[in-house]
Unconditional design. Structure first.
Length: 291
């Protein structure tokens, strides 16, 4: 299916669907500054082959979805918990997208910031979430999931000005935060960077998203109210969101499964896809069996 745009909560969200119309709905939520194409097409097609109707979309301030307004002040976000918009707003966007697509409820998987949005959707709109998979994410607690100093410096780097600079920046970034236990596929990363830049890169939007993350309160107390089957996947060597964030997420969600992947950093290398897909298939099957 070609990319389409729908109007949700007063903004436009660009999305794309893989799989049969009668497949089990699976909503994929991507992370900070990342468009939906970071859920690789082959990954989505592999999930569709498992019987899912896979929905991927650009969050607000990413890709071809609406650019928002308001200047992000990261110090104010951290100290005063004030930001142009919140992760709750982004979770409401996801619920609105399901409304626009006529999907009463979906299995939901999110990566990094997308995991935070997926968690928020699970307790803010519990009737819309059939199962939850949180990948390389955290609870928002300030003592868990902390980035390494080098990864932290990357978050505050000056945005690149040209396409070529953006490509080099993304390659350097994922050499730093990617999975040391797996080969680094530079050609694939360069292709992703080029496609991302051509779809639209919004440095101000990425800062607004980062402010939304930094302004969050710890979600753990609210995650304890989640009652759907849940899977937490985390890299054992993630330098951007320390594995303690994944462990805290699994502790907070009643009955959650935890899969700590050796050698995995803050990305999804192709070699890890079968393991992640098996996990999503297993947790969604558990949810289907319970209904």
């Amino acid at each position: 299916m070609a990319e389409r745009v729908v109007r949700v909560n007063g903004i436009e969200l660009c999305h794309e669907i893989f799989g049969a119309a009668d497949g089990r709905p699976l909503l994929l939520v991507m992370g900070l500054g990342a468009p939906m194409i970071w859920w690789d097409e082959e990954f989505c097609e592999s999930l569709a082959a498992q019987g899912f109707r896979v929905i991927r979309f650009d969050n607000r301030d990413a890709g071809r979805s609406s650019r928002m307004r308001g200047r992000a002040n990261l110090a104010q976000a951290y100290l005063l918990r004030s930001a142009p918009y919140s992760l709750a707003d982004m979770a409401d966007d996801a619920a609105g997208l399901l409304d626009a697509l006529g999907v009463p409820a979906a299995h939901v998987a999110g990566a990094s910031m997308g995991g935070m949005i997926a968690q928020t959707l699970a307790f803010r709109h519990p009737e819309r979430v059939r199962s939850l998979t949180s990948i390389m994410s955290s609870t928002g607690g300030r003592l868990v999931g902390r980035p390494s100093p080098r990864a932290m410096s990357m978050l505050f780097a000056t945005p690149p000005r040209t396409r070529a600079d953006y490509v080099e920046m993304l390659v350097r970034t994922f050499r730093l935060i990617g999975s040391p236990g797996y080969p680094f596929d530079e050609r694939r990363m360069r292709d992703r960077a080029e496609r991302t830049y051509d779809r639209g890169v919004h440095p101000g939007g990425t800062l607004r998203q980062l402010a939304a993350i930094m302004a969050e309160h710890d979600r753990a107390p609210r995650l304890r109210k989640v009652r759907v089957p849940a899977l937490v996947v985390h890299g054992a060597r993630d330098p951007l969101v320390h594995v303690s964030g994944g462990r805290a997420t699994a502790r907070a969600i009643p009955g959650a499964d935890l899969d700590v992947v050796p050698g995995m950093g803050h990305d999804l290398p192709r070699a890890v896809w079968p393991r992640v897909i098996r996990g999503i298939t297993r947790i969604t099957a558990r949810a289907e069996a319970a209904n």
